[in-house]
Design a protein around this ligand. Sequence first.
Ligand SMILES: [Fe+2]
Length: 389
Amino acid sequence: MTHHQQQAAPQHWPWWPLLPLYPYGRRSTLVRELIAGQVWVFEQLQGVYYVAVPIRMTVVRLRDGLLLYAPVAPTAAVREALALLEQQHGPVRTIVLPTASGLEHKVPVPAMARAFPKAEVWVTPCQWSFPLPLPLAWLGFPARRTRVLFEQGLPHADELDWCALGPLNLGLGTFMEVACLHRASGCLLVTDALVAIGTQPPAVFEADPTPLLFHARERGDQPLLDSPEQRRKGWQRLALFASYLRPKSLQVPPLPEVMAQAWAPGLRNPRSHFGVYPFRWPAGWQEEFDQLVGPGEQALQIAPVLERLVFPRSRASLVSWIRELAQLAPLSWLIPAHYEAPIPCTNETLEQLAASLEARPWAPGDGSWQTLAAIDQTLLNLRVVPEQP
Ligand SMILES: [Fe+2]
């Protein structure tokens, strides 16, 4: 495919150099209707070095148009699908950036705002950008129609409830996330704080299962083979990577061995990373995954990276936010910006989650958690993160 053709492709996303995550300039989008005529999700893949996890925008139909929560990259395919929804349900009125720190959700917002020049843009307070703290206007946010949640009001308060976690001082910046309940559907939208990890690969991988097949291998000189079993295996390992950065059951073979295996025929292409596969998964990784997902299907959890690196000393704030969410009007579903959605979720589900988080050890440092704990300890020693956020 020539560069010119790529420009014209419906999944093209020209702003990827701002945050260079797999799959770079090409993003296909899966659109699913979760609640008939009321709630839709737009899902893409995002990640580094083939650790791709789903990222999701939720579209909610309000009385006078549509609201976009946590925008994804507005490729031509995304804009076309939104145009169809606009024809049926009215214009996009409101675009919401529901996190202060999640760069992957922030980068697409200016382009989405340009695609809908009449929409209001609402952002979470305490925005920061890494590595430089730049004003929002410099980042391409439209100053005249951008407002700050809570500080300048709340959009559609007659139909939606808004509930903030934070601000929490992370040293590097501020963590804040704003949940949104759509009362008519009972859908509670959250961004990063709560997730459920499924045992099967999310449907968004069907357009390109390469990241799954990449991780389903045992050695670098094996070809990428496709089967439902390979996809499931690859997904589970990928979820371990994304959750623990370096899972306990992962071994990294010596470099000469990795390079020797990279010369096998058929691997000299970018799809198989030129045969470089520096991972080994001895017995035990499956048990580690089963522990990660927890009991039952779609068990709600705090993503380990967040628990260990964002909330290690903020359990009380997190638990009281979950209790606040549990007090909202009747809930039916939770829709996070990553992993599974929708997740069945009642007010009792959240009460039980809050109680279980208080009862179990918090931000442990053993087993699967060793790498995350070591990063946190290094940041503490360097005084980059505060003892008491
Ligand atoms: Fe996120």
